[in-house]
Design a protein around this ligand. Structure first.
Ligand SMILES: Nc1nc2c(ncn2[C@@H]2O[C@H](COP(=O)(O)O[C@H]3[C@@H](O)[C@H](n4cnc5c(=O)[nH]c(N)nc54)O[C@@H]3COP(=O)(O)O)[C@@H](O)[C@H]2O)c(=O)[nH]1
Length: 523
C-alpha cells in the first residue's frame, strides 16, 4: 500500500476511532439511563402489587372477624362490633351486613336506603367476591371497592391499592388482568394506562416507559414519560462521555502511532521484502588483459510501488540493522540465478559476484540458500563469486568458517571495498579468500593524488604477494585502466566500461564484447 493510501486509511480510521467511542458512549448512556429508569418503574409496580395484596389480606381478615359475630344482626351490639372491627383494621373503611342480598346495616348504623347485592366482578381463591365499582356506596367522594363473603362486605378505598409514594412524573395504576383500572396514583398521563392495558406501547418509539408487575388476577403498571429520563441520562453521561472521549483519543493516538510506524522507512522496507520489490542490476567485470567482459557484480535495487528506483546505499544499512538483509540476499540470489542461469550454463568462464552482508557471513545461512539455488539451476558453484566487506569480519571466527565453507563448495570469495576498513597483510594472510577488490576511492587517486597514489600500489603488491586475484572498482578513466593494466591488475569494473545494467542490457553488453579487446576499446 503506498504512503497516500496508508495516510488516508489512517485518517479514516482515526476519525472513526474518535467518533465511534463517543457515539457509543452517548448511545450507551441513553440505554443505561432507560434501563435504570425501567428497573425503577418495575420496583414501583412490584410495590403497588405488594401494597394491594396487603390491603386485600387486611380486608379478608376483617371479613373473617365479621363472619364469626353472634350478636343479633343489626342490633346496637352487632353494629358496635362491626364498627370496632372497622376501626381496628387499617384497610377497611366500612363494613356492611346483607339480608336477602340487600344491605341492612353498616358499621355506622342502619341503612335508610336499600343497596342491592350487586354482581361480583371477581371471585378470589378463598371464595371472597370482589366488586370493583360499588354502586350506591361512596366514601368522601372516592370510589370504593368491596370484598364480600357470607352476609358481609367490607369497603376499601380503591386508592389504597396504588397508594405508593413514587418519584415525580411516575404514574401508578392498579388494574385487573382484564384491563379494568381499579386505582391510580401519582402523575396522570391520560390515556397512557389504557394504551398499555391494550398492549399498544410495545414500540420503542413510544414516548413513555412503562413496567408491569402481575400477581394472580391483578396487575400493577408504572408509567413515566421518556423526557423524565433526562436527569438520569445526564448523570450517566457525566462519566460515560468523558470515558468515550478518552477511548477516542486513545484510538486516535494508537492509529497515529501505527500509521507512523507503517509509514516508517523500516515498515516500508518490510513490506518491500514481503512483496519482493527488489531487482538486480549487473555491473560488468572486465578482464584487463583481454578487454572482455568475464562477469558482473550483482547490485540490488528497490523498485517502490510508485516506480521510483531506490539505491542500495539508502536501504542496505537499514536492512542490515533490522535483520531484513537476509531475505533480501535470498531474493538477490534467486533473481541472479533466474536471470543469469542460462548465460552461466552456456559460458562456464562467466561469473556473477553476489554481495553478502555481515549477517550472511556471520550466520553462514546464505551459503545453504546459494547452494540450493545454484544446484536447482544447474550452474557451477565456481561461477558464483561471493563478495564480503570487512564489516563481515566482526565475528572473525564465524566469518573464517563461512569463507572456508564457501571455498569448499567451489565459490570464489572476494574481499570487497578493500582498504576502507582495518584489513592488514597479516589479517588477510589468515583468511580463506581468493580475490581482493580495491575500493574505488583508491582507484580515483590514480594520477592525481601524490599522497594516496602509492597506497594503491601497495595494495596491489600486497594482494600479489598473497596470490590473490585483484579487481579494481570504480574505474572511470582510460588513464586509470592503463595504470591498472600496467600493474597487472586482473579485472576492472567502472563507468569507463559500463554502469550497472538491467539483465537484458548486461547480456547484450557481455555478448557484444566477446570478440573485442581492450586495444579495440581504447581505440
Ligand atoms: N549486501 C548487499 N549489498 C549490496 C548489494 N547490492 C549493492 N550493495 C551495496 O550497496 C552499495 C551501493 O551500491 P550501488 O549504489 O549499486 O553502487 C555500486 C556501483 O554502482 C558503484 N560504482 C560502480 N562503478 C563506479 C564508478 O566507476 N564510479 C562510481 N562513483 N561508482 C561506481 O559502486 C557500487 C559498487 O560498490 P561495491 O559493492 O563496493 O563494488 C555498495 O556498497 C554495494 O556493495 C547486495 O545485493 N547486497
Amino acid at each position: 500500500m503506498d504512503r497516500l493510501k496508508v495516510a488516508l486509511l489512517g485518517m479514516v480510521m482515526a476519525t472513526i476511532g474518535a467518533a465511534a467511542p463517543i457515539s457509543l458512549m452517548a448511545w450507551l448512556s441513553w440505554h443505561v439511563a432507560l434501563r435504570d429508569e425501567q428497573a425503577k418503574l418495575q420496583s414501583f409496580a412490584a410495590r403497588v402489587i405488594e401494597r394491594a395484596e396487603l390491603t386485600a389480606t387486611q380486608a379478608e381478615a376483617a371479613l373473617g372477624e365479621l363472619s364469626v359475630l353472634t350478636a343479633p344482626p343489626c342490633s346496637r351490639e352487632h353494629i358496635e362490633l362491626m364498627r370496632q372491627i372497622v376501626i381496628g383494621n387499617r384497610a377497611v373503611e366500612e363494613a356492611g351486613y346483607y339480608e336477602k342480598q340487600r344491605l341492612v346495616c353498616t358499621s355506622w348504623g342502619r341503612v335508610d336506603r336499600p343497596v342491592a347485592w350487586g354482581h361480583a366482578d371477581y371471585v378470589g381463591p378463598g371464595g371472597v367476591e370482589v366488586v370493583t365499582k360499588m354502586q350506591g356506596r361512596v366514601l368522601n367522594g372516592e370510589p370504593v371497592l368491596a370484598l364480600r363473603a357470607g352476609s358481609y362486605d367490607v369497603l376499601v378505598n380503591a386508592g389504597r391499592f396504588a397508594d405508593v409514594i413514587a418519584d415525580d412524573g411516575i404514574h401508578l395504576a392498579f388494574a385487573s388482568n382484564d384491563g379494568n383500572v381499579i386505582a391510580e396514583s401519582g402523575a396522570r398521563d391520560t390515556g397512557v394506562i389504557a394504551d398499555i392495558l391494550m398492549g399498544r406501547p410495545d414500540s420503542k418509539e413510544h414516548p413513555h416507559l412503562h413496567a408491569i408487575a402481575k400477581r394472580a388476577s391483578w396487575q400493577a403498571i408504572a408509567v413515566q414519560h421518556k423526557r423524565d429520563v433526562l436527569p438520569e441520562l445526564r448523570r450517566q453521561q457525566r462519566w460515560m462521555l468523558p470515558l468515550g472521549l478518552f477511548i477516542g483519543l486513545f484510538i486516535v493516538a494508537l492509529v497515529t502511532f501505527l500509521s507512523h510506524k507503517r509509514l516508517s522507512p523500516l515498515a516500508e522496507l518490510g513490506v518491500a521484502v514481503r512483496r519482493k520489490e527488489f531487482l538486480v542490476h549487473y555491473q560488468p567485470t572486465i578482464d584487463l588483459r583481454t578487454g572482455r567482459c568475464v562477469g558482473a557484480e550483482a547490485l540490488v535495487r528497490w523498485r517502490r510501488p510508485d516506480g521510483a528506483l531506490v539505491r542500495p546505499d539508502l536501504f542496505i544499512p537499514l536492512a542490515e540493522d533490522s535483520g531484513l538483509i537476509q531475505p533480501i540476499t535470498d531474493q538477490v540470489v534467486d533473481i541472479v540465478l533466474r536471470e543469469m542461469g542460462a548465460a552461466l550454463r552456456a559460458d562456464q568462464a562467466l561469473h556473477i559476484a553476489i554481495n553478502l552482508a555481515a549477517d550472511d557471513v556471520c550466520s553462514g545461512r546464505a551459503l545453504a540458500v546459494i547452494t540450493r539455488t545454484v544446484g536447482r539451476h544447474g550452474v557451477n558453484a565456481s561461477q558464483i563469486w561471493l563478495e564480503v566487506t570487512e564489516r563481515g569480519f566482526v565475528d572473525a571466527d564465524a566469518a573464517r568458517a563461512t569463507l572456508a565453507r564457501s571455498r569448499e563448495l567451489g565459490h570464489t570469495t572476494a574481499i570487497d571495498d578493500f582498504g576502507t576498513g582495518y584489513s592488514s597483510l597479516q589479517y588477510l594472510q589468515g583468511l580463506p579468500v581468493d580475490a581482493l577488490k580495491i575500493d574505488k576511492s583508491f582507484v580515483a587517486t590514480i594520477g592525481i593524488d601524490a599522497v594516496s597514489g602509492p597506497v594503491i600500489a601497495h595494495i596491489i603488491d600486497m594482494a600479489r604477494s598473497l596470490q590473490l586475484s585483484i579487481v579494481a572498482e570504480g574505474v572511470e578513466t582510460q588513464a586509470q585502466a592503463d595504470y591498472l593494466r600496467a600493474r597487472e591488475v586482473d579485472f576492472a569494473q567502472g563507468w569507463l566500461y559500463s554502469k550497472a545494467l538491467p539483465a537484458d542490457e548486461f547480456l547484450r553488453f557481455y555478448r557484444s564484447m566477446q570478440g573485442s579487446t581492450d586495444t579495440d576499446r581504447s581505440g
